[in-house]
Design a protein around this ligand. Sequence first.
Ligand SMILES: *Cc1c(COP(=O)(O)O)cnc(C)c1O
Ligand SMILES: [Zn+2]
Length: 417
Amino acid sequence: MNNEFLERLICSKCGREYSPESNPLMCINKDKGRLDIVYNYSAVSQRLTRDELGRRETRGVWRYWELLPVSKEYAVSLGEGNTPLIKAERLAEKLRTKKLYLKDETRNPSSSFKDRAMTIGVSKAVEMRADTVVTASSGNAAAALAAYAARSGLRCVAFVPEDVAAGKVSQLLLYGARVFRVKQVEEGVDPTVQLMILTHEKLNWYTCPSFGPFNPYQVEGPKTMLYEIVEQLGWRIPDFIFVPTGSGCLITGLWKACMDLKNIGLMDEYPRLVLVQPTGNMPLVDALKRGLSFSEIRPTPYPHSVASGLLDPYPWDGDLALEAVRKTGGAGVAVSDEEIMNAVKMLAGLEGVFAEPSGAAGLAALLRLLDEGVVSPSDESVVLVTGSGLKEPEKIVRLYPETPLIEPSLEEVLKRI
Ligand SMILES: *Cc1c(COP(=O)(O)O)cnc(C)c1O
Ligand SMILES: [Zn+2]
């Protein structure tokens, strides 16, 4: 049984339509289109009003179940979402701006926003009676998938690149995922994605990476971040939202959420969505600057950055990511590793928020747009802090000299403080 508000799915490439009852994962035309989900907005608008939400006690992702593609009786939850929107006053003062908020997604169960996607992805797998969920990732998406798979008792398989850092797979292993490193045999094709598709075709494994063309359901989870922000602001729409971007799935979700709220009459203008990438992997920022369409984008040959969560060589959800920026009057910004690490330090030192580099890229972009005058001091900005610094402590330790060793005396402390 599906959520009664689901109407149909439409392939973003060929336009083919699917009924929700057929529970498709990918388009049968094998065109790598994303099966965008359409709801019965007039029915949802009857139900999901400001008053109704005001009365509702459920918090987090499942609070908004009418706009999610799984019936809530299948919900596999770890208490994801309902993250704080922190008014960043010290940071705002430092940046000489006034209204600045941090959406602290580090507080999610596996310490990144990917939990919002994977609670939906895994709940759908349970509804579809899958026994194995499979992903092509070594990072936060795989960790989140492994956590929800553990919670639901499903087997989780992760295909990771040959040269993956051992530290990154530790969280997956502890959640009980089966992890395989896959040899790179052909240049320009991602062998982990190839193998994931093959296991779906031959073994009927349920594909659940954090990009749309291989699983349309998980895309819907991150929408709830935007619903929460507008509710937390008392239904005020911020001027700018800063979005760290790799595959483009997160910004796609935020854009879908904007359209949802407009379709059901809960929002009448859009926040400007700012797409942020590192300079070592910036295909979408580049496309925005040069006015390219999605089909003109080629994979980055050697993506590199301290922001390991933003290194997808190909932006699978680039079509709606570009549309999100263009239709909301947003911007694309590329930030250097140095700017990113500076933002990591500012978040921790001025506001007590411990972010991983990918999670701090949004703040680096805000600094830049304030400098350039694109964002003015009276604008209200929300910076998404998408993942926790505890994911990659080795990158933080490198920033500092060795910790001083002192005699156990007060004089020494006072001498050095
Ligand atoms: C995955 C991830 C992103 C980017 O999300 P995409 O959907 O790939 O664009 C940003 N920050 C962190 C911490 C992530 O793990
Ligand atoms: Zn199609």
